[in-house]
Design a binder for this molecule. Sequence first.
Ligand code: NAD
Length: 386
Amino acid sequence: MAITSRTIRIGEQSYPYSFGEDCLAEIAEGIAGMAADKLVFVTDDQVLSLYRTVIERLAGDTPSLTLTHRAGESMKTLACLSDHMEKALRSGMTRRSVVVAFGGGVPGNLAGLMANLLFRGVRLVHVPTTTIAAMDSVLSLKQAINSPVGKNHIGTYYAPTAVYADVRLFETLPEAELRSGFCEMAKNCLAIRPAAVAPLRAIIASGSLATPKALTWLLDASIDAKSSVTQDDTFERGTGLVLEYGHTAGHAIEICDHRVRGAAGITHGGAIAVGMLVAAHISHARGWLSDDEVSVHYDIVAGLGVEPWLPSTVRVADVLGVVEQDNKKGYLDARPGSVPFVLLRSLGRPAMTGTLPLVQVSVPEIREALEVIAQPSPAAPAVGIH
Ligand SMILES: NC(=O)c1ccc[n+]([C@@H]2O[C@H](COP(=O)([O-])OP(=O)(O)OC[C@H]3O[C@@H](n4cnc5c(N)ncnc54)[C@H](O)[C@@H]3O)[C@@H](O)[C@H]2O)c1
Protein backbone atom coordinates (compact mmCIF):
# COMPACT_ATOMS: atom_id res chain seq x y z
CA MET A 1 0.00 0.00 0.00
CA ALA A 2 1.10 3.57 -0.57
CA ILE A 3 2.89 5.33 2.21
CA THR A 4 1.90 8.84 3.30
CA SER A 5 4.71 11.23 4.17
CA ARG A 6 4.35 14.30 6.37
CA THR A 7 7.04 16.75 7.42
CA ILE A 8 7.34 17.28 11.16
CA ARG A 9 8.67 20.74 12.04
CA ILE A 10 9.84 21.39 15.58
CA GLY A 11 11.58 24.73 15.94
CA GLU A 12 14.55 24.74 13.55
CA GLN A 13 14.41 20.97 13.03
CA SER A 14 12.37 19.05 10.53
CA TYR A 15 12.09 15.40 9.55
CA PRO A 16 9.81 13.20 7.44
CA TYR A 17 7.24 10.94 9.09
CA SER A 18 6.09 8.25 6.65
CA PHE A 19 3.27 5.91 7.58
CA GLY A 20 0.77 3.49 6.12
CA GLU A 21 -0.57 -0.03 6.19
CA ASP A 22 1.52 -2.99 5.00
CA CYS A 23 4.40 -0.70 4.07
CA LEU A 24 7.40 -2.64 5.41
CA ALA A 25 8.91 -2.82 1.91
CA GLU A 26 8.83 0.98 1.63
CA ILE A 27 10.34 1.32 5.12
CA ALA A 28 13.16 -1.10 4.24
CA GLU A 29 13.78 0.87 1.05
CA GLY A 30 13.93 4.15 2.99
CA ILE A 31 16.43 2.72 5.46
CA ALA A 32 18.55 1.18 2.69
CA GLY A 33 18.60 4.60 1.00
CA MET A 34 20.49 6.01 3.98
CA ALA A 35 23.60 4.09 2.86
CA ALA A 36 24.61 3.22 6.42
CA ASP A 37 27.71 1.12 7.00
CA LYS A 38 25.88 -0.54 9.92
CA LEU A 39 22.36 -0.47 11.35
CA VAL A 40 22.12 -0.63 15.13
CA PHE A 41 18.58 -1.69 16.06
CA VAL A 42 17.42 -0.91 19.59
CA THR A 43 14.42 -2.93 20.72
CA ASP A 44 13.21 -4.99 23.71
CA ASP A 45 12.90 -8.74 24.30
CA GLN A 46 9.11 -8.75 23.85
CA VAL A 47 9.18 -6.87 20.55
CA LEU A 48 12.13 -8.94 19.32
CA SER A 49 10.28 -12.18 20.04
CA LEU A 50 7.40 -10.95 17.84
CA TYR A 51 9.29 -9.13 15.12
CA ARG A 52 12.77 -10.67 14.68
CA THR A 53 12.04 -11.41 11.02
CA VAL A 54 10.72 -7.88 10.43
CA ILE A 55 13.93 -6.43 11.89
CA GLU A 56 15.94 -8.72 9.61
CA ARG A 57 13.85 -7.58 6.66
CA LEU A 58 14.39 -3.90 7.51
CA ALA A 59 18.16 -4.52 7.81
CA GLY A 60 18.25 -6.01 4.31
CA ASP A 61 21.83 -6.35 3.07
CA THR A 62 23.28 -3.78 5.48
CA PRO A 63 25.38 -5.24 8.34
CA SER A 64 23.37 -4.92 11.53
CA LEU A 65 23.43 -5.35 15.27
CA THR A 66 20.35 -5.76 17.45
CA LEU A 67 20.47 -4.48 21.03
CA THR A 68 17.76 -5.66 23.36
CA HIS A 69 16.80 -5.77 27.02
CA ARG A 70 13.92 -6.98 29.18
CA ALA A 71 10.83 -5.01 28.11
CA GLY A 72 9.55 -2.11 30.15
CA GLU A 73 10.49 1.05 31.95
CA SER A 74 13.30 -0.74 33.85
CA MET A 75 15.28 -0.59 30.61
CA LYS A 76 15.54 3.22 30.75
CA THR A 77 18.69 3.29 32.92
CA LEU A 78 22.22 4.61 32.53
CA ALA A 79 23.49 1.04 32.96
CA CYS A 80 21.44 -0.19 29.99
CA LEU A 81 22.37 2.84 27.88
CA SER A 82 26.05 2.34 28.66
CA ASP A 83 25.87 -1.39 27.90
CA HIS A 84 24.16 -0.73 24.56
CA MET A 85 26.68 1.94 23.57
CA GLU A 86 29.63 -0.27 24.46
CA LYS A 87 28.22 -3.16 22.41
CA ALA A 88 27.57 -0.82 19.46
CA LEU A 89 31.11 0.57 19.57
CA ARG A 90 32.71 -2.88 19.96
CA SER A 91 30.72 -4.10 16.96
CA GLY A 92 32.49 -1.56 14.78
CA MET A 93 29.85 1.16 14.63
CA THR A 94 31.07 4.39 12.95
CA ARG A 95 29.81 7.90 12.25
CA ARG A 96 28.14 6.50 9.10
CA SER A 97 26.09 4.01 11.07
CA VAL A 98 22.39 4.55 11.80
CA VAL A 99 20.61 3.82 15.10
CA VAL A 100 17.12 2.40 14.47
CA ALA A 101 14.64 2.42 17.34
CA PHE A 102 12.25 -0.47 16.75
CA GLY A 103 9.71 -0.65 19.55
CA GLY A 104 7.74 1.51 21.95
CA GLY A 105 8.69 4.73 23.72
CA VAL A 106 11.23 2.97 25.92
CA PRO A 107 13.55 1.64 23.18
CA GLY A 108 12.79 4.90 21.34
CA ASN A 109 14.14 7.04 24.19
CA LEU A 110 17.22 4.84 24.68
CA ALA A 111 17.99 4.87 20.96
CA GLY A 112 17.48 8.64 20.82
CA LEU A 113 20.02 9.22 23.57
CA MET A 114 22.46 6.74 22.05
CA ALA A 115 22.26 8.40 18.66
CA ASN A 116 22.83 11.81 20.22
CA LEU A 117 25.82 10.73 22.33
CA LEU A 118 27.75 8.38 20.03
CA PHE A 119 30.33 10.32 17.99
CA ARG A 120 28.48 13.47 19.17
CA GLY A 121 25.51 12.55 16.98
CA VAL A 122 24.74 9.84 14.41
CA ARG A 123 21.60 9.40 12.33
CA LEU A 124 18.51 8.12 14.11
CA VAL A 125 15.44 6.40 12.64
CA HIS A 126 12.31 5.62 14.64
CA VAL A 127 10.06 2.69 13.72
CA PRO A 128 7.45 2.95 16.51
CA THR A 129 5.51 -0.21 17.37
CA THR A 130 3.22 1.20 20.09
CA THR A 131 0.52 3.82 19.69
CA ILE A 132 2.15 5.91 22.45
CA ALA A 133 5.43 5.96 20.54
CA ALA A 134 3.81 6.56 17.14
CA MET A 135 1.25 9.19 18.23
CA ASP A 136 3.26 10.91 20.92
CA SER A 137 6.94 10.29 21.57
CA VAL A 138 8.27 10.37 17.99
CA LEU A 139 6.54 13.76 17.56
CA SER A 140 8.88 15.22 20.17
CA LEU A 141 12.64 15.74 20.29
CA LYS A 142 12.72 14.78 23.97
CA GLN A 143 14.94 11.78 24.69
CA ALA A 144 15.37 10.69 28.28
CA ILE A 145 16.12 7.85 30.65
CA ASN A 146 15.36 7.56 34.34
CA SER A 147 17.75 8.28 37.23
CA PRO A 148 17.57 6.34 40.50
CA VAL A 149 15.83 9.48 41.82
CA GLY A 150 13.08 9.89 39.24
CA LYS A 151 11.60 9.56 35.77
CA ASN A 152 13.16 11.15 32.68
CA HIS A 153 15.84 12.94 34.73
CA ILE A 154 18.70 12.29 32.29
CA GLY A 155 17.96 13.52 28.84
CA THR A 156 18.44 15.72 25.85
CA TYR A 157 16.67 16.92 22.69
CA TYR A 158 17.54 15.16 19.46
CA ALA A 159 15.80 14.94 16.10
CA PRO A 160 15.51 11.73 14.12
CA THR A 161 16.51 11.68 10.45
CA ALA A 162 13.23 9.90 9.68
CA VAL A 163 10.24 8.18 11.27
CA TYR A 164 8.47 5.21 9.64
CA ALA A 165 5.30 3.57 10.94
CA ASP A 166 3.33 0.59 9.66
CA VAL A 167 0.02 0.49 11.52
CA ARG A 168 -0.03 -3.31 11.09
CA LEU A 169 2.69 -3.47 13.75
CA PHE A 170 0.12 -2.29 16.33
CA GLU A 171 -2.02 -5.40 15.79
CA THR A 172 -0.06 -7.42 18.34
CA LEU A 173 -0.32 -4.76 21.08
CA PRO A 174 -2.24 -5.73 24.20
CA GLU A 175 -5.53 -3.82 24.25
CA ALA A 176 -4.52 -1.71 27.25
CA GLU A 177 -1.35 -0.52 25.44
CA LEU A 178 -3.28 0.21 22.26
CA ARG A 179 -5.79 2.32 24.13
CA SER A 180 -3.13 4.08 26.17
CA GLY A 181 -1.89 5.79 23.00
CA PHE A 182 -5.46 6.68 22.00
CA CYS A 183 -5.89 8.48 25.33
CA GLU A 184 -2.90 10.75 24.63
CA MET A 185 -4.32 11.36 21.17
CA ALA A 186 -7.76 12.17 22.61
CA LYS A 187 -6.06 14.64 24.96
CA ASN A 188 -4.57 16.41 21.96
CA CYS A 189 -8.02 16.64 20.32
CA LEU A 190 -9.69 18.07 23.43
CA ALA A 191 -6.90 20.51 24.30
CA ILE A 192 -5.61 21.50 20.86
CA ARG A 193 -7.75 20.31 17.92
CA PRO A 194 -11.46 20.38 18.78
CA ALA A 195 -12.27 19.90 15.06
CA ALA A 196 -10.95 16.35 15.44
CA VAL A 197 -13.30 15.58 18.36
CA ALA A 198 -16.36 14.74 16.19
CA PRO A 199 -14.48 12.30 13.88
CA LEU A 200 -12.82 10.74 16.94
CA ARG A 201 -16.21 10.23 18.60
CA ALA A 202 -17.56 8.73 15.37
CA ILE A 203 -14.68 6.24 15.25
CA ILE A 204 -15.19 5.38 18.93
CA ALA A 205 -18.94 4.92 18.36
CA SER A 206 -18.33 2.63 15.38
CA GLY A 207 -16.17 0.38 17.57
CA SER A 208 -13.52 0.32 14.84
CA LEU A 209 -10.62 2.02 16.64
CA ALA A 210 -8.09 -0.69 15.95
CA THR A 211 -8.65 -1.03 12.21
CA PRO A 212 -5.80 0.05 9.90
CA LYS A 213 -8.01 2.82 8.46
CA ALA A 214 -8.84 4.25 11.89
CA LEU A 215 -5.25 3.92 13.08
CA THR A 216 -3.98 5.77 10.02
CA TRP A 217 -6.48 8.59 10.66
CA LEU A 218 -5.49 8.72 14.35
CA LEU A 219 -1.81 8.97 13.39
CA ASP A 220 -2.48 11.76 10.92
CA ALA A 221 -4.63 13.66 13.44
CA SER A 222 -1.97 13.23 16.14
CA ILE A 223 0.64 14.73 13.85
CA ASP A 224 -1.65 17.72 13.13
CA ALA A 225 -2.41 18.35 16.78
CA LYS A 226 1.02 17.90 18.30
CA SER A 227 2.92 19.68 15.51
CA SER A 228 0.68 22.73 15.77
CA VAL A 229 1.98 23.46 19.27
CA THR A 230 5.58 22.25 18.99
CA GLN A 231 6.52 23.81 15.64
CA ASP A 232 7.59 27.02 17.40
CA ASP A 233 8.48 25.42 20.72
CA THR A 234 11.41 23.02 20.35
CA PHE A 235 11.75 22.42 24.06
CA GLU A 236 8.02 22.17 24.91
CA ARG A 237 8.39 24.87 27.55
CA GLY A 238 5.98 27.41 26.00
CA THR A 239 2.90 26.71 23.87
CA GLY A 240 3.87 23.01 23.96
CA LEU A 241 3.01 22.88 27.66
CA VAL A 242 -0.63 22.42 26.59
CA LEU A 243 0.43 18.81 25.86
CA GLU A 244 0.49 18.43 29.64
CA TYR A 245 -3.33 18.58 29.72
CA GLY A 246 -4.51 15.89 32.15
CA HIS A 247 -0.94 15.17 33.24
CA THR A 248 -0.78 16.98 36.59
CA ALA A 249 -3.52 14.93 38.24
CA GLY A 250 -3.01 11.99 35.86
CA HIS A 251 0.64 11.51 36.68
CA ALA A 252 -0.13 11.68 40.40
CA ILE A 253 -2.92 9.08 40.01
CA GLU A 254 -0.51 6.83 38.08
CA ILE A 255 2.14 7.10 40.81
CA CYS A 256 -0.36 6.42 43.64
CA ASP A 257 -1.89 3.44 41.83
CA HIS A 258 1.49 1.94 40.95
CA ARG A 259 2.55 2.16 44.61
CA VAL A 260 -0.23 -0.35 45.29
CA ARG A 261 -0.56 -2.37 42.07
CA GLY A 262 2.90 -1.99 40.55
CA ALA A 263 3.21 -2.55 36.82
CA ALA A 264 -0.26 -4.16 36.80
CA GLY A 265 -1.74 -0.76 37.63
CA ILE A 266 -3.44 1.83 35.46
CA THR A 267 -1.74 2.55 32.13
CA HIS A 268 -0.09 5.92 31.58
CA GLY A 269 -2.73 6.85 29.00
CA GLY A 270 -5.56 5.69 31.27
CA ALA A 271 -4.21 7.84 34.10
CA ILE A 272 -3.96 10.88 31.80
CA ALA A 273 -7.56 10.28 30.71
CA VAL A 274 -8.75 10.35 34.34
CA GLY A 275 -6.50 13.38 34.90
CA MET A 276 -8.34 15.17 32.08
CA LEU A 277 -11.62 14.58 33.92
CA VAL A 278 -10.12 16.24 37.02
CA ALA A 279 -9.01 19.23 34.92
CA ALA A 280 -12.42 19.38 33.20
CA HIS A 281 -14.23 19.50 36.55
CA ILE A 282 -11.98 22.30 37.81
CA SER A 283 -12.64 24.30 34.61
CA HIS A 284 -16.36 23.64 34.93
CA ALA A 285 -16.36 24.83 38.55
CA ARG A 286 -14.68 28.03 37.36
CA GLY A 287 -17.48 28.55 34.85
CA TRP A 288 -15.24 27.89 31.84
CA LEU A 289 -16.20 24.48 30.43
CA SER A 290 -19.91 23.91 29.83
CA ASP A 291 -21.87 20.83 30.95
CA ASP A 292 -21.72 19.60 27.35
CA GLU A 293 -17.96 20.03 27.13
CA VAL A 294 -17.48 18.03 30.34
CA SER A 295 -19.81 15.34 28.92
CA VAL A 296 -17.67 15.16 25.78
CA HIS A 297 -14.69 14.39 28.05
CA TYR A 298 -16.64 11.57 29.72
CA ASP A 299 -17.88 10.13 26.41
CA ILE A 300 -14.38 9.99 24.98
CA VAL A 301 -12.68 8.65 28.13
CA ALA A 302 -15.30 5.93 28.64
CA GLY A 303 -15.43 5.22 24.89
CA LEU A 304 -11.70 4.56 24.98
CA GLY A 305 -12.29 1.88 27.60
CA VAL A 306 -11.07 3.78 30.65
CA GLU A 307 -13.19 3.71 33.82
CA PRO A 308 -14.02 7.39 34.35
CA TRP A 309 -13.22 7.57 38.04
CA LEU A 310 -10.28 7.18 40.42
CA PRO A 311 -9.01 3.59 40.72
CA SER A 312 -10.19 2.11 44.02
CA THR A 313 -6.53 1.82 45.09
CA VAL A 314 -6.12 5.59 45.03
CA ARG A 315 -7.03 7.98 47.85
CA VAL A 316 -7.74 11.66 47.21
CA ALA A 317 -5.30 12.76 49.95
CA ASP A 318 -2.48 10.73 48.39
CA VAL A 319 -3.08 12.22 44.95
CA LEU A 320 -3.03 15.71 46.43
CA GLY A 321 0.28 14.93 48.14
CA VAL A 322 1.87 14.01 44.81
CA VAL A 323 0.20 16.81 42.82
CA GLU A 324 1.79 19.35 45.14
CA GLN A 325 5.24 18.14 43.99
CA ASP A 326 4.39 18.52 40.28
CA ASN A 327 7.33 19.43 38.07
CA LYS A 328 5.51 22.31 36.34
CA LYS A 329 5.84 24.38 39.52
CA GLY A 330 8.88 26.31 38.23
CA TYR A 331 6.98 27.77 35.26
CA LEU A 332 4.82 30.22 37.24
CA ASP A 333 5.68 32.35 40.27
CA ALA A 334 5.43 30.15 43.34
CA ARG A 335 2.12 30.55 45.18
CA PRO A 336 1.73 28.57 48.42
CA GLY A 337 -1.18 26.14 48.30
CA SER A 338 -1.47 26.31 44.50
CA VAL A 339 -0.30 24.13 41.63
CA PRO A 340 0.04 25.11 37.95
CA PHE A 341 -2.47 23.26 35.76
CA VAL A 342 -3.40 23.21 32.10
CA LEU A 343 -7.09 24.12 32.16
CA LEU A 344 -9.39 24.76 29.21
CA ARG A 345 -11.63 27.81 28.83
CA SER A 346 -13.34 25.85 26.06
CA LEU A 347 -12.30 22.84 23.97
CA GLY A 348 -9.03 23.69 22.22
CA ARG A 349 -8.61 26.97 24.14
CA PRO A 350 -6.27 26.71 27.14
CA ALA A 351 -6.37 29.29 29.92
CA MET A 352 -3.18 31.38 29.77
CA THR A 353 -0.88 33.12 32.22
CA GLY A 354 1.07 35.51 30.00
CA THR A 355 2.28 33.36 27.11
CA LEU A 356 2.04 30.04 28.99
CA PRO A 357 -0.99 27.72 28.86
CA LEU A 358 -0.89 27.24 32.64
CA VAL A 359 -2.87 28.68 35.54
CA GLN A 360 -2.52 28.40 39.29
CA VAL A 361 -5.14 26.12 40.86
CA SER A 362 -5.66 25.98 44.60
CA VAL A 363 -5.45 22.70 46.48
CA PRO A 364 -9.14 22.93 47.62
CA GLU A 365 -10.23 23.25 43.96
CA ILE A 366 -8.22 20.15 43.06
CA ARG A 367 -9.59 18.26 46.07
CA GLU A 368 -13.16 19.12 45.10
CA ALA A 369 -12.65 17.84 41.53
CA LEU A 370 -10.97 14.64 42.77
CA GLU A 371 -13.88 14.01 45.13
CA VAL A 372 -16.35 14.26 42.23
CA ILE A 373 -14.60 11.38 40.46
CA ALA A 374 -13.62 9.43 43.60
CA GLN A 375 -16.61 7.07 43.43
CA PRO A 376 -18.20 5.41 40.43
CA SER A 377 -21.30 7.41 39.66
CA PRO A 378 -24.40 5.28 39.06
CA ALA A 379 -24.85 7.14 35.76
CA ALA A 380 -21.31 6.46 34.53
CA PRO A 381 -21.02 3.78 31.85
CA ALA A 382 -19.69 0.48 33.22
CA VAL A 383 -16.97 -0.04 30.64
CA GLY A 384 -13.29 -0.37 30.47
CA ILE A 385 -10.02 -1.59 31.68
CA HIS A 386 -7.60 -0.03 34.08
N1 NAD B 1 9.87 11.52 24.21
C1 NAD B 1 8.67 11.82 24.58
O1 NAD B 1 8.26 12.94 24.42
C2 NAD B 1 7.78 10.75 25.14
C3 NAD B 1 6.40 10.87 24.99
C4 NAD B 1 5.58 9.83 25.47
C5 NAD B 1 6.16 8.76 26.12
N2 NAD B 1 7.53 8.70 26.26
C6 NAD B 1 8.14 7.56 26.98
O2 NAD B 1 7.69 6.35 26.36
C7 NAD B 1 7.57 5.35 27.35
C8 NAD B 1 6.20 4.72 27.23
O3 NAD B 1 6.02 4.26 25.90
P1 NAD B 1 5.42 2.83 25.57
O4 NAD B 1 4.11 2.70 26.21
O5 NAD B 1 5.52 2.67 24.10
O6 NAD B 1 6.43 1.86 26.37
P2 NAD B 1 7.23 0.54 25.99
O7 NAD B 1 8.25 0.82 24.96
O8 NAD B 1 7.72 -0.04 27.26
O9 NAD B 1 6.13 -0.45 25.36
C9 NAD B 1 5.10 -0.94 26.18
C10 NAD B 1 5.01 -2.47 26.10
O10 NAD B 1 4.53 -2.84 24.82
C11 NAD B 1 5.36 -3.86 24.26
N3 NAD B 1 5.27 -3.72 22.82
C12 NAD B 1 5.80 -2.74 22.05
N4 NAD B 1 5.39 -2.87 20.79
C13 NAD B 1 4.60 -3.96 20.73
C14 NAD B 1 3.85 -4.58 19.71
N5 NAD B 1 3.79 -4.08 18.48
N6 NAD B 1 3.14 -5.70 20.01
C15 NAD B 1 3.13 -6.19 21.29
N7 NAD B 1 3.79 -5.62 22.31
C16 NAD B 1 4.51 -4.52 22.02
C17 NAD B 1 6.71 -3.62 24.85
O11 NAD B 1 7.49 -4.80 24.81
C18 NAD B 1 6.36 -3.17 26.26
O12 NAD B 1 6.16 -4.32 27.07
C19 NAD B 1 7.80 6.01 28.70
O13 NAD B 1 9.10 5.69 29.15
C20 NAD B 1 7.68 7.49 28.41
O14 NAD B 1 8.50 8.28 29.25
C21 NAD B 1 8.33 9.66 25.78
